[in-house]
Structure formats: structure tokens, C-alpha cells
Ligand binder design. Structure first.
Ligand code: GBH
Length: 457
């Protein structure tokens, strides 16, 4: 019998990102990011939606923080908008932009909520896109580090938990892929696959230089994390053969071998390099040392997974397809694979040889076709079903002694879901975009009860 009880020290939180919630796109000196330009381009986002207003969190952050306090979370992960802080991408710092984050962080701390700030969640300054094609250029790594210095110098007295970059594979491999659907800003089509891998290599360099910059600028001790979305291989059965297959397959699943492997082990995965051949990125002397910076924690964004089993082929494993009726939630890729959390965490010890690296789930959640009832309720039992299974998987990892220290739900509230605009709702708070009123969903109350009892209810 297990009651799925969590230790008192386990950290419960919620996550958001700047462009998805802030709005106030032209206020207080902010200049456009690539997502402003991209979403304003006809045909790029569903219904032509943009983040110009989004959840208007820029003006409503106090009410939103009150809702967090009601939820009972003690940790909040948000992102800082580069083009609010340094509107031209490099050069002058915009104090009015910094002041917003000071107000937000002070408000969080007044409510007993610890801020966790991500320095980059996909909204690169348009000015750097115009100057050198953003992540196509190595130059962006140094500009990102200088931006980190600017933020940490000014906010480091109030924020000590930093995350450098969110999901390198997404904004690089989706933003520059030869033909990616749905599209992602900046939406540049590069010539070949190697050019795509070069953009993620530059992002890894930015992470490394960013780590150094944060440490140098922080006025006191701080924690620095990378946030990755690993493509998690889940053994079909937990037989030794399938487990070994899942471990081998981790290298070539998604972009793991070219992102998580170099960041955590200091080398691109040999299996991936072999697969890429001529398409491997160009790595200069010293790059891998820069990328392989000491970090204090790793954030994993895990929504789904990939089943793997042992096979009698050259590689020794095979990936399994999902059947048409395999359950998923309201995104084409959102198959329900709760065990992906447990295996994502476990692979760090056994497959990546980083047994002691503190880890937290920096995002997990789902989109559901939520409707407001006449009584202003959202009865998202599908989301609760999803979360309850994933929480049990979180519990298993903690219970077995893996260093999993916390969990951030994606997302605190419905928001601008990139190419899907406002059509897909990931929040546990419903946002009525016509009035900006917030309505806590049934899943909000369910999560609050889990936090109160510190167990899966
Ligand atoms: C997170 O990424 C983001 O960090 C967050 O901003 C976002 O709101 C949230 O997910 C919900 O989507 O379209 O078939 O090519 C999640 C990881 C990786 C999931 C890329 C979708 C693309 C699949 N994402 N993946 S596909």
C-alpha cells in the first residue's frame, strides 16, 4: 500500500513564460522579439493570434500572484524577456523593463513564493535577428551572456534561482528546420540539417557562457540550471533487455544526443554523431568545455515519452509507434505516458552518469478542451486524470531515492500557445481573454489539495 506521500521538502510550483503571458508588447521601452514579428506575419499562427496582449500579466501580476498564494505553491518559474531588458538585444539596458521584474519578484516574496527565473524562453530580440540571424550566428552566445550579466547584476539581490535557456531543441530545430510544421519563430529555412544543428550548438554555447556570466554577476551564492525537454525513452517492459534498449535509444531519440549529452557529459553522443555524419555541427576547440559548465540543477520539461524495446537489429532496440487509439490530450503530440517522468529522471543516473545532479520537473501539464460552465466552473477531469498519473510517476522517482526535488506545473494559467495561439489551453486557471477574468479550474483545486496534503490525492 502506498499513500503517495511526498517529503516535506519537496517543492511544488507552477511555470509560465514571458511572451506567453505578459502582453504589454510595446510598453515601457520594450522592442519586438522574433515572436512579435512572426505572429504578426499572416498565416504563421492559428487565427493570427499574437502575444501583444496575452494574459495582460504585465498589468495584472498582483492578482495572479494572489492566485498562486491561494493555490499554495511556494515556487514560481517565470521567464525574463530579453527585449524588455535590452530592447536592441545588445547595448543599453532598459531600467523600466527591469523594474517590472523587481515588482513581480517583490510581490512573490511578499507572498512567501520563491522566484525561479528563466533567462530565455524563445523570445529573442528581433534586433539580433536583423543583425545576424539570431541563433544562426555564434555571436549570439556572447550577447546572451551580456544580457545575463545585465539581469543578474540588477535582480541578483532578490533572485537566487536561475535557469539559463528553455528547451534548446525547440526554438532552434523548430525555428530553423527545413520545413517544420507547425512553424516556429523566426521560421527561417536554412539550407541543410547541419545548419540546424549549428543553431543548437550556438544555443549550447550561450548556455555555457551564460552560466559563467551569472556566477560572476551574482552578489551571493545562487543556483543555476539548464532546462531541457528530453525525448524520454520508456522501456516497454522493465525487463533488463528492454531497460538496456531504452538506455541505448536515449542517444538517438529526438535531439538528446546533441543537447543533453554535451551539456551533461561534455561530448555529443557518438551514436548521434555517427547517425548525423556530414550533418554534425562544427565544434571549435574549447566549445565543449564552455558548454559543459558545472550546473547546480537540471530542469526537465516532460509531457510525453517514447516506448522502446529490445530488438534483434544492429542497434539492439526499436522505437514503437503509438496506435490510433492510444490516449492523448489536446495536442497532436501529447500521448499520455506517465512513466516518462520516472524514466527521464532515472536516465540521468544510469544513462548519463550524473547520479547526484539535483533535478526538478520544470514543466509538466496538458492542454484540454476546457469550457466554462454557466456556473463559471471548468470541470477538467481529463486534466486531473493526466496529472494524477504523472504525479504518481514523480512519486516513484522520489520514493526510489532519485534526487528529484520539485515539480512545476505547466501552466499556471491559459496562455499564448505559440503557433496554436489561444486555441489550446494548458492552464489550471482558465483565462477569459475577452475580459481577462481568471477562473480556477477543477484541476487548480485538485492540485491545491495535493499540495496541502503533500501527496497524490
Ligand atoms: C513546452 O514545450 C514549452 O516550454 C512551453 O512554452 C509550451 O507552452 C508547452 O510546452 C506546451 O506546448 O509539433 O509534433 O513537432 C513542450 C515540448 C517539444 C512539445 C516540441 C511539442 C513539438 C512536437 N514540446 N514538440 S511537433
Amino acid at each position: 500500500m502506498t499513500s503517495y506521500q511526498f517529503p516535506d521538502t519537496f517543492r511544488w510550483g507552477a511555470a509560465t513564460a514571458a511572451y506567453q503571458i505578459e502582453g504589454a508588447a510595446t510598453e515601457d521601452g520594450r522592442k519586438p522579439s522574433v515572436w512579435d514579428t512572426f505572429s504578426a506575419t499572416p498565416g504563421r499562427t492559428l487565427n493570427g493570434d499574437t502575444g501583444t496582449i496575452a494574459c495582460d500579466h504585465y498589468h495584472r501580476y498582483e492578482a495572479d500572484v494572489k492566485l498562486m498564494a491561494e493555490l499554495g505553491i511556494r515556487h514560481y518559474r517565470f521567464s525574463v524577456s530579453w527585449c524588455r531588458v535590452i530592447p536592441d538585444g545588445r547595448g543599453a539596458v532598459n531600467d523600466a523593463g527591469i523594474d517590472f521584474y523587481k515588482r513581480l519578484v517583490d510581490c512573490l516574496r511578499d507572498h512567501g513564493i520563491t522566484p525561479h527565473a528563466t533567462l530565455f524562453h524563445w523570445d529573442s530580440p528581433q534586433a539580433l535577428e536583423d543583425r545576424y540571424g539570431s541563433w544562426r550566428s555564434r555571436e549570439i552566445a556572447q550577447d546572451f551572456a551580456d544580457y545575463c550579466t545585465a539581469v543578474v547584476t540588477r535582480l541578483g539581490d532578490r533572485v537566487t534561482s536561475w535557469m539559463t535557456i528553455n528547451e534548446i531543441a525547440c526554438f532552434t530545430h523548430m525555428g530553423y528546420a527545413v520545413d517544420h510544421d507547425p512553424p516556429h519563430a523566426p521560421g527561417t529555412r536554412v539550407r541543410r540539417s547541419r545548419d540546424v544543428w549549428q543553431t543548437s550548438h550556438h544555443a549550447l554555447l550561450a548556455h555555457g557562457l551564460g552560466c559563467q556570466a551569472i556566477r560572476a554577476a551574482s552578489p551571493g551564492p545562487c543556483s543555476i540550471a539548464l532546462v531541457d525537454n528530453p525525448a524520454v525513452t520508456v522501456p516497454l517492459t522493465e525487463s533488463p533487455a528492454d531497460i538496456a534498449a531504452a538506455q541505448r535509444a536515449l542517444h538517438t531519440c529526438g535531439a538528446n544526443g546533441g543537447i543533453l549529452f554535451p551539456a551533461l557529459t561534455g561530448a555529443y553522443s557518438p551514436a548521434l554523431l555517427e547517425q548525423l555524419g556530414e550533418d554534425a555541427p562544427i565544434v571549435q576547440d574549447g566549445d565543449l568545455e564552455t558548454i559543459h559548465q558545472p550546473i547546480d540543477a537540471l530542469g526537465l520539461n516532460i509531457y510525453t515519452g517514447t516506448y522502446v524495446r529490445a530488438a534483434e537489429n544492429e542497434r539492439g532496440y526499436e522505437f514503437l509507434e503509438f496506435s490510433d487509439t492510444y490516449p492523448r490530450l489536446n495536442m497532436p503530440w501529447l500521448w499520455i505516458v506517465p512513466d516518462a517522468i520516472y524514466w527521464g529522471v532515472r536516465h540521468l543516473r544510469e544513462t548519463l552518469n550524473r547520479p547526484d545532479l539535483p533535478v526538478f520537473i520544470s514543466e509538466n501539464g496538458c492542454a484540454a478542451p476546457d469550457r466554462l460552465t454557466p456556473q463559471n466552473e471548468v470541470l477538467d477531469t481529463d486534466r486531473i486524470l493526466y496529472l494524477r498519473q504523472y504525479f504518481k510517476s514523480v512519486h516513484r522517482a522520489v520514493d526510489e531515492g532519485y534526487p528529484l526535488h520539485g515539480y512545476f506545473i505547466w501552466s499556471l494559467m491559459d496562455n499564448f500557445e505559440w503557433a496554436w495561439g489561444y486555441d489550446r489551453r494548458f492552464g489550471i486557471i482558465y483565462v477569459d481573454y475577452s475580459t481577462q477574468r481568471r477562473f480556477p479550474k477543477a484541476s487548480f483545486h485538485w492540485y491545491a489539495e495535493c499540495i496541502r496534503q503533500r501527496r497524490v490525492v
